[in-house]
Structures are given as C-alpha cells and as structure tokens.
Ligand binder design. Structure first.
Ligand SMILES: NC(=O)C1=CN([C@@H]2O[C@H](COP(=O)(O)OP(=O)(O)OC[C@H]3O[C@@H](n4cnc5c(N)ncnc54)[C@H](O)[C@@H]3O)[C@@H](O)[C@H]2O)C=CC1
Ligand SMILES: O=P(O)(O)OC[C@H]1O[C@](O)(CO)[C@@H](O)[C@@H]1O
Length: 376
C-alpha cells in the first residue's frame, strides 16, 4: 500500500506517517522543507521518541520525501499511484497543496480507488480540501475524481511539540493518540487498525476541538500573558489551571446540549486531557500552542464557536471570553498572524478587532464582553 502524506512536520512524522508505516504503507512525504526531504531520502527512516513515564524510541521505516515545489511532477506521479493521500500542513495551507493533489487524482486509472484525508485541527478539513481540489478540476475531471476518490473527514489527537535536536527528523510524541475517520466517505478500506472509523464524525471532532484544543489554547494564552514559557509551567499557576477547567466546563455544557454527551464521561475526558497537558516529559511552548491566533479566533474555531453557542442558548460564559481576551494579547515575533492581530487592535481596539476576525457584529454579546474586559 502506498501513502502520500503532505507535511513532514510534527504530526506528519510523529503521528500519521508513523501510524501508516506501522500499518504497512510505504509513505512518501511531500514538504517545502528541503532539509527534511533530503534527510528522509538519505536515511529512509527516522526515530520517534514516545515521552511517557519511560522514554521509548522506535524507528519509522519505508519512508521517502519529495520537495513540493521542485518535485512537482514527482508529486503528481506519487498521488496518481497512491492508495491514500493524507495531509498535516495546517488548515491555511490546504488551498496551496490542492492543485497538486488535483493534478495527480485527475490522471489516475479510473478503476483504482483512493482515499484522501486531511489531518488538521479544524472541523471537516477534508471537505475544505475537497472544495479546493475540485476548484482546480474541469467538470469532466471532477466527475471522474468523484468516482474514484473518497474524501473522508477526520479528527487527529496527539500532542507533538517542537523539539530541539541536531537530527532534523527527530520527533517526540506523547503516548496518547486518536485518529477518528468518517467511514461513510472512504472508497476502500483504510487498512489502519489503530484508526477509529465512525459513521458520523461531528461529535468526535467537536468534542476534541472544544476540549483538547480549547483547553490547550486557554493555557497557552493565559500562560503567555503571565510570561510563562511552557504549558506545564502555566498550569502550575494558581489562576490559570482553574481558568482552563472553567473554560472546559463551559464547552462541556455546549457538548452536552448539542450531542447529549454524558456529564460524567465528559468530566473524565476533561481530567484526562488536563493530565496530558501536564506531561512532565514534554516541553511544549505556549508560543507553539497559541500560534496563529487569527485562525484560532475564527467563527468556527475552539474559542469563539462554543462561546457563541452558549450565548445562543441564553447562557453567559465567563472563562471563554476571558480566554479570548488573553488570546487578543498574544504577540510573538515571527508569528505573522499575531503581529497582524496586534496591528488591528492598535488601530481599532479589542472589540472591533475580534469582531473582524470572528466575523461577528460589534453588537454581539461576546464583543460587548470583550469591550468590558478591555475597559476594566
Ligand atoms: N502538533 C500537534 O500536536 C498537533 C497538530 N495538529 C494539526 O496538524 C497540522 C500540522 O501541525 P504540525 O505538524 O504541528 O505543524 P508543523 O509546522 O510541525 O508541520 C507542518 C509541515 O507542513 C509543511 N508545509 C507547509 N507548507 C507546505 C506546502 N505548501 N506543501 C507541503 N508541506 C508544507 C511544513 O514545512 C511543515 O513541515 C495542523 O493542522 C495542526 O493543527 C493536530 C493535532 C496535534
Ligand atoms: O495550533 P494548531 O494548528 O491547532 O496545532 C497545534 C495543536 O496541537 C495541539 O497542541 C494538540 O492537539 C493543540 O492543542 C494545538 O492547537
């Protein structure tokens, strides 16, 4: 079985690539980072360190790389021959890789099926990728591709921090992982026993995004504001851990209301996730977890969406707006979104800046609450 995976970064190497290789796929990584691609081709394998109570390492074998720009025709050929195409490039990059995937898919043998799965932290990222792919195809090509390619949405959960190492391929992961794939869209069997294939992804993706990612963001943005370097340091703070829990209690209400999750199960899920954030064997920087604040403050994202859902049912969230207010202070040199956000705030103020990035009216109660926090 052949897989082509776009994005040989933390999740690409530390989670999806490793899982696929273990399941028997040969994995061709496509990336813009030539050092990573050269190293993959030179060595054909890399080391993953699992940071549990005991550190364990294993080798991911049967891998190679293609540079996405220089190797454009090789990318097309790889997609043309693949059984599976996956991505972990970041939701905003999907539009840039879509044309190459479209080219490869449109040149396939019409009998040979393929699955496409975007493994990004976003609700229904594969559906977004599919739209971008079809935008590059003629109606005839689109019809052909629709017949042979299964576009399955997915949720990915594993904390994979940045590591400082002289080995460009080295990656450290937490022991926990969960890959949930919506089975109804698959065109053929995924062949990965570790993947959880479900009929309806919505409850899984929203539960994950509004618990793991909301909680992580709450720790990162409050931690950044208080001057902490890592998530673990932030969670030792007397005020930050209660804020994270309060934010997750608010998203818990949304999840119970929308999907009927069991209260106790959700509380156990929250406890487990906070314990994962505090993993003493992982150094995860608040700058990594908070990166890209404009995307994270989007209308369908981990902070604004659950807050708005609470207002919609007549509730008055406190911890989520407080977290959003912290997020509006996130400013890291080199994080282009954080720099742009600060410029927007300086020009227009907190409320209008949030209204613009979250696509809300300035009269929305969340914007009013942010203005109140800003004027305190
Ligand atoms: N790191 C984590 O703990 C988790 C990350 N995710 C999601 O996984 C996705 C990737 O995140 P990470 O692996 O952490 O980021 P990363 O920055 O480590 O990896 C992204 C990779 O994509 C590559 N890339 C960028 N533009 C490209 C292009 N045009 N063509 C090909 N490759 C390109 C980058 O060079 C990089 O190697 C994101 O959507 C993130 O939300 C999801 C769960 C956990
Ligand atoms: O910043 P992104 O793109 O969501 O990806 C990094 C993510 O990885 C995690 O650390 C673990 O899933 C998230 O909480 C964090 O948001």
């Amino acid at each position: 079985m052949k897989a082509v995976h776009f994005g040989a970064g933390n999740i690409g190497r530390g989670f999806i690539g490793a899982l696929l290789s273990y399941a028997g796929y040969s994995v061709t990584f496509v990336d813009v980072n030539e050092h990573v691609i050269d190293a993959l081709n030179k060595r054909g394998q890399y080391t993953v360190t699992v940071a549990g109570e005991k550190k364990e390492t294993f080798e991911v074998k049967n891998v190679e790389g293609i540079h996405s720009v220089e190797g454009e025709s090789a990318v097309m050929t790889a997609v043309k021959q693949a059984d599976l195409v996956t991505t972990a490039v970041g939701p905003n990059v999907l539009q840039h890789i879509a044309p190459a995937i479209a080219k490869g898919l449109s040149r396939r043998d019409s009998q040979q099926k393929v699955n496409v799965i975007a493994c990004e932290n976003a609700v229904r990222a594969t559906s977004e990728l599919k739209k971008e792919i079809f935008a590059s195809l003629t109606p005839e090509e689109g019809e052909e591709v629709e017949g042979i390619a299964g576009f399955a949405d997915a949720a990915v959960d594993r904390i994979v921090p940045n590591v400082q190492s002289s080995d460009v391929l080295a990656v450290t992961v937490e022991p926990f992982y969960e890959w949930v794939v919506e089975g109804s869209s698959l065109k053929n069997s995924l062949g990965v026993d570790e993947a959880l294939v479900v009929d309806d992804l919505d409850p899984y993706i929203e539960r994950k995004l509004f618990t793991v990612n909301t909680g992580h963001a709450a720790a990162a943005y409050a931690g950044f504001r208080e001057g902490y370097k890592t998530i673990r340091e932030a969670l030792v703070d007397d005020e930050i851990k209660p804020l994270v829990r309060a934010a997750l209690n608010e998203t818990k209400e949304v999840l119970i209301e929308k999907y009927g999750f069991n209260m106790e199960e959700q509380e156990t899920y929250i406890d487990k996730i906070i314990t994962r954030f505090q993993n003493p064997n992982i150094e995860d920087l608040v700058e990594r977890v908070g990166r890209g604040p404009i995307r994270k403050l989007g209308a369908h994202e981990r902070l604004v969406k659950p807050a708005c859902m609470l207002y919609d049912i007549g509730k008055h969230p406190q911890a989520l707006p407080q977290t959003i207010f912290h997020a509006l202070h996130f400013h890291v040199q080199g994080d282009e979104e954080s720099e742009r956000l600060q410029e927007m705030i300086q020009t227009n103020g907190y409320g209008p800046a949030l209204a613009a990035v979250a696509n809300l009216e300035e009269s929305h109660p969340l914007i009013q609450q942010i203005e109140m926090l800003a004027n305190r």
